[in-house]
Design a protein around this ligand. Structure first.
Ligand SMILES: Nc1ncnc2c1ncn2[C@@H]1O[C@H](COP(=O)(O)OP(=O)(O)OP(=O)(O)O)[C@@H](O)[C@H]1O
Ligand SMILES: [Mg+2]
Length: 415
């Protein structure tokens, strides 16, 4: 028994009612036995104060330097900086496994992502988590984001982000323009890949490896995609093309919906998604037959959702992670990262370009107008980070490289 245990034991003993009571009994019996009151008082005081002395002694001993180290004195081990692996830097955390270990995934490994779930169960919040992680983990030259937002306000917090590829599309028309812009960018990239004669250049990574040039990955978030793209429209056909072809060019879609129904979004599009996340589900018809999720999977999700913020992953995704339990026909469940309003606001603010006037004006010229209109509007624009780059012109206005180059040349001559 070491000193600490003895101390604990005395403390416990002394705080017990029975012990104090026994002291009184001792006192009375001594009085009766000796019939000597002063003697009895002194004896009782000694007995009663003994634990105090012992405690005091132990306290004093602890203050003295000692060779004996008790467990409470052991210094925590200095934290060793974890060895950072390349793919860890490039990853974003999207949730935690059963041992609360973050599930980190490189954005490129997500491919196209389909997020479904009933209203109010955390789809948008999950996406906020992904975005804030992206803004923190990647430079704008490596990764860009853009939004189609049928709710119009969900992504306003990121409207000044230095990672924006294009202004936020808030209406169906703007979503149509955004999809067109992405198609232009996709074709431009395919053309660039095709120019690498004699090399097998069929994806973004290969292109960057061969040329040594950087081209940002573009992640496009469509919140309530069923509301911003009309069924059977040309935009829907273009979205299908993007879903089928754009991934290799580094353009990745994140499609978010409450309604993975026949009326919502086509299976032709969703079947191109590599990653499939779901928050909470209920309706057999919508989630079962259309989104092709087995019944036993979504019924488990119903219980999980009552325990907190859970997400469900498709077998394709889950098999990459040994730490996720792969029950239910290979589907896996992970706990969503909890992300507060304050975290989102802080990260969005840190990422914003101060005094950026791009959104309003750029909205008009990106979502319409001829190339000349765009050019004339140039002078009124405050250019990002104080400089005009060919890449910015291409991404902001959907220009071809030669056009962007000539405008940059002219702009620099004029200033
Ligand atoms: N991961 C999370 N961390 C913190 N809060 C969350 C999280 N997920 C959901 N919430 C809380 O639940 C609310 C509703 O979540 P969210 O807006 O993301 O739902 P939704 O699925 O997008 O709903 P809708 O379909 O109506 O747009 C959030 O405003 C937030 O308060
Ligand atoms: Mg939402």
């Amino acid at each position: 028994m070491d000193a600490k245990q003895i101390e604990e034991w005395i403390k416990q003993l002394y705080t017990q009612e029975e012990f104090r009571l026994s002291l009184v009994v001792v006192f009375i019996s001594i009085c009766l036995y000796t019939a000597n009151l002063p003697m009895a008082v002194i004896t009782t005081l000694i007995v009663a104060s003994l634990p105090f002395f012992i405690l005091q002694m132990l306290e004093n001993r602890r203050d003295e330097p000692s060779d004996i180290i008790t467990s409470s004195e052991i210094e925590p081990e200095p934290e060793i900086e974890p060895e950072i692996k390349e793919d860890e830097v490039d990853g974003i955390s999207i949730g935690k496994d059963d041992n609360k270990k973050p599930i980190t995934v490189a954005v490129k490994d997500l491919g196209h992502t389909f997020i479904i779930g009933m209203t109010g169960y955390g789809k948008t919040r999950l996406v906020y988590g992904m975005i804030t992680e992206m803004l923190t983990a990647y430079d704008p030259e490596d990764l860009r984001i853009c939004f189609s937002d049928a709710k119009e306000i969900s992504f306003d917090i990121f409207s000044d982000s230095r990672h924006l590829f294009a202004p936020i599309a808030r209406t169906q028309d703007e979503t149509t323009e955004l999809v067109n812009l992405l198609l232009i960018e996709m074709r431009r990239r395919l053309k660039l890949f095709g120019e690498q004669k004699g090399r097998l250049c069929d994806n973004l990574d290969k292109y960057m490896q061969i040329t040594g040039k950087k081209l940002p990955r573009i992640v496009v978030f469509f919140d309530e995609v069923a509301d911003s793209i009309e069924r059977g429209s040309e935009t829907e056909r273009n979205l299908t093309t993007l879903a089928k072809v754009a991934r290799a060019t580094g353009i990745q879609l994140v499609l978010i919906t409450q309604r993975p129904t026949k009326e919502g979004i086509t299976h032709e599009v969703t079947s191109q998604c590599q990653t499939y996340l779901s928050t909470y589900m209920k309706n057999n018809t919508e989630y079962g037959t259309v989104a092709k999720i087995p019944k036993e999977v979504y019924s488990v999700m119903n219980t999980k959702a009552t325990q907190g913020l859970f997400m469900m992953f498709s077998p394709k995704f889950v098999k990459k992670f040994t730490s996720i339990e792969k029950d239910y026909n290979g589907w896996g469940f992970i706990m969503a990262n909890y992300i507060t309003d304050e975290d989102i606001e802080r990260i969005a603010k840190d990422n914003a370009i101060e005094g950026l006037v791009l959104p309003e004006l750029a909205k008009q010229i990106t979502w319409g107008g001829s190339e000349d209109d765009k050019f004339n509007a140039m002078d009124e624009l405050e250019i990002r980070d104080g400089e005009l780059s060919v890449n910015n012109m291409m991404s902001q206005f959907g220009m071809s490289r030669p056009t962007a180059k000539s405008w940059v040349k002219k702009y620099n001559e004029d200033n």
